[in-house]
Ligand binder design. Structure first.
Ligand code: ADP
Length: 263
């Protein structure tokens, strides 16, 4: 898209000698505007869905039209769960906006990656065992040191493992591995889950992109987890790659430099 300005060009006196044309490529600006307005529309939709549900069930409870105590309890549980989801959504949105504005500088220290993996998988191990999913941590649990923000690294691991648990059916396996290269470290999370269709792989890290919206909502997902993960990895000057086969499983590979340059 071009923004065109034309102005007459005069030289010496009032005689017009020509014209000046200024072409301004505003494609990037328009694209940004479009992305921003799509984002606002997405956010509004994501916020509205739980609010509609909370409002509806609260209205029914208030009207006194609920047949029995058990049904009333179920409605209250829905209100509670949907409020929790709103809470998560707002937390994730704030988090994403802080990362994008770079308002949260990393606290780089010497971090033992195996220690971070152990701590962050602890929080998810209950959900995994409820589904009888086995979490396989790296075979070698000797300390592996890199320069990173320990909390952020924990968040990356937690998000990837939580997704692996979420999108793997009962009795599956999740393998977490760490491989050291001379300059980098490769952390991988592999699951034996439902996999991701080829056409979705390129969009996975977009905000609010989900392969199956209903399933993601049902499991309490906000659709922002992988967008946050990608930003956190990039702020560590790393990369994330995904390989997947439908019905077989997915592998997320995180490549992180072992040392962080001063910025
Ligand atoms: P959500 O909150 O929906 O999980 P994410 O940003 O974490 O959002 O992930 C985006 C989408 O990527 C998910 O909705 C899901 O469709 C897909 N996805 C993520 N991780 C996996 C995985 N391990 N296996 C299959 N699909 C996955």
């Amino acid at each position: 898209i071009l923004d065109v300005h034309i102005a007459p060009y005069y030289s010496q006196g009032w005689q017009q000698r020509g014209a000046i044309m200024v072409l301004h490529d505003i494609t990037a600006i328009r694209r940004l505007e479009k992305m921003r307005s799509e984002f606002v529309a997405n956010v509004s939709h994501e916020l509205k869905t739980p609010i509609t549900s909370v409002k509806g069930f609260a209205e029914t409870l208030l009207s006194g039209d609920v047949p029995d105590e058990k049904t009333a309890k179920q409605f209250m549980q829905i209100i509670y769960d949907e409020s929790e989801r709103l809470n998560r959504l707002i937390t994730d949105l704030l988090e994403l906006s802080k990362i994008e504005k770079q308002a949260m500088p990393l606290k780089i220290t010497d971090v033992d990656v195996n220690e971070v993996i152990k701590n962050s998988t602890l929080t998810i191990s209950n959900i995994a065992s409820d589904k009888n999913i086995s979490l396989h941590l790296p075979d070698n649990d000797q300390p592996i040191h890199i320069e990173a923000d320990s909390d952020r690294l924990g968040q990356i691991v937690l998000n990837l493992v939580a997704n692996a648990v979420n999108y793997t059916s009962d009795n599956g396996d999740i393998f977490i591995d760490v491989k050291e290269e001379p300059e980098t470290l490769i952390l991988s999370v592999r699951d034996t889950g439902m996999g991701i269709p080829k056409e979705s792989l390129g969009r996975l890290f977009e905000r609010f992109y989900r392969v199956d919206k209903a399933r993601s909502r049902h499991s309490g997902g906000t659709g922002l987890g992988l967008a946050i993960v990608k930003h956190l990895i990039e702020s560590h000057h790393g990369e994330i790659h995904v390989e997947s086969e439908e019905g077989v499983g997915s592998t997320f590979n995180v490549v992180l430099p072992k040392t962080q340059k001063e910025t």
